[in-house]
Design a binder for this molecule. Structure first.
Ligand code: G
Ligand code: G
Ligand code: MN
Length: 273
C-alpha cells in the first residue's frame, strides 16, 4: 500500500487521468503483461513467474502499474483489469507452451478481494484455462486485509480450497496483524523490497528480515524475498532461510517469450556460484 501511495504521486499521470481512460486503454489493448522470475533460493532453479501489468500509452509512453493501478483500485475498472489479466495469462500460457511445473503469481487488490463471487469466477477461469491450481499464486497486499469481512474471507478460503496459494505481498510495510497470519489461509510472505535493498549495510534491515523468516518458519509459512539486486543480498537471504528470490539480479520483468528464452538458454540468467 505504501508503495502504491508513494508511486501514485507521479505528476506525469496526475493530470486528470480517470479510470475511464484506463478502461479505454484496456479496450484499445494498450495494456500488456510482463513476467518476472521467482527462483528457488538454494538451487537457483526457476519456480515460476509473477505477472505484472504494464501500460503502453500512446501519449504518456510506458506507464508502470504502481502509477495507474492506484487510480482504478476503487473503481469498477480494477475488475476489468483482472479479467484482462486472466485472459492474457491464459493466452500466454497457450502461445508459449509454458511448462506445467512453473507457477504464475497474480496480484489482487483489496477491492477485488471483497467482491462476492470473485473466487467463483476465478474457479471457472482456472477450469476453462486448464491450469493446475497448485501452480497459481495469488499475491495480496497486507492493506487488503484491513478490509477484512465475510466476502474477503470467503474468497480467500475458496481459493485455498481450490489449491491456489495465497501470498502476502510487500510484507512488513502494511498493517496486517499477526492474527491474520494465524487465522487466514496464507501460504507465505513476500518480504518487501525496502528491507532487501540495504540488507548488506543496514543491521536493522538484517534483523527485521531474520525475524520475519524466523516467524514464518515457526508458523509454517514460506518466504519470498523481492527486489533482490545483488549476489550478496541473495546469499544473505538464502542463509537466513528464504525459500524463493525475485529481483533484477535474477531477472527483470519481461515479455513471456523473452523470459522463457532467457531461462531455456544453456546458462540461465540470475545468480551464479
Ligand atoms: O512493476 P511495478 O513495480 O510498477 O508494480 C507495482 C505494483 O503494481 C506491484 O507491486 C504489483 O503488486 C502491482 N500490480 C502489477 N500488476 C498488477 C495487476 O494486474 N493487478 C493489481 N491489482 N496489481 C498489479
Ligand atoms: O507486487 P510486487 O510488489 O511484488 O511487484 C514487484 C515490483 O517491484 C515490480 O513492479 C517490479 O518491477 C519491481 N521490482 C522487481 N524486482 C526489483 C528489483 O530487483 N529492484 C527494484 N528496485 N524493483 C524491482
Ligand atoms: Mn506482487
Amino acid at each position: 500500500m505504501q508503495n502504491f501511495m508513494d508511486r501514485s504521486a507521479s505528476p506525469r499521470i496526475g493530470g486528470g487521468l480517470t479510470p475511464a481512460d484506463i478502461s479505454s486503454a484496456l479496450i484499445a489493448q494498450e495494456l500488456y503483461l510482463h513476467y518476472q522470475a521467482q527462483v528457488d533460493a538454494v538451487t537457483g532453479k526457476l519456480r515460476g513467474f509473477e505477472a505484472l501489468m504494464r501500460w503502453n500509452s500512446p501519449t504518456l509512453g510506458a506507464v508502470a502499474p504502481g502509477e495507474f493501478i492506484p487510480l482504478v483500485e476503487s473503481s469498477e475498472v480494477i475488475h476489468e483489469i483482472w479479467d484482462y489479466l486472466l485472459q492474457h495469462v491464459s493466452e500466454d500460457r497457450v502461445a508459449h507452451g509454458i511448462p506445467a511445473d512453473l507457477h504464475v503469481a497474480l496480484n489482487l487488490s483489496a477491492n477485488q478481494l471483497i467482491r462476492p463471487g470473485l473466487s467463483g469466477a476465478f474457479e471457472n477461469w482456472l477450469k476453462a484455462a486448464h491450469i493446475d491450481c497448485s501452480q497459481v499464486h495469488v499475491e495480496i497486499t497486507e492493506s487488503a486485509l484491513l478490509q477484512m469481512g465475510q466476502s474477503l474471507e470467503r474468497n480467500l478460503w475458496h481459493m485455498r480450497d481450490l489449491g491456489v496459494s495465497i501470498w502476502l505481498d510487500d510484507f512488513g510495510t502494511g498493517f496486517s496483524s499477526l492474527r491474520h497470519l494465524r487465522d487466514l489461509p496464507i501460504t507465505g510472505l513476500k518480504i518487501d523490497q525496502s528491507f532487501v535493498c540495504d540488507l548488506e549495510d543496514n543491521l536493522d534491515d538484517f534483523r527485521i528480515v531474520s525475524a520475519i523468516v524466523a516467524m514464518a518458519n515457526s508458523l509454517g509459512l514460506a518466504v519470498i524475498a523481492e527486489g533482490v539486486e545483488s549476489i550478496s543480498q541473495a546469499r544473505m537471504l538464502t542463509q537466513l532461510g528464504c525459500d524463493m528470490l525475485q529481483g533484477y539480479l535474477i531477472g527483470r520483468p519481461v515479455a513471456m517469450a523473452e523470459a522463457l528464452q532467457a531461462w531455456s538458454a544453456p546458462r540461465p540468467p540470475g545468480r551464479r556460484g
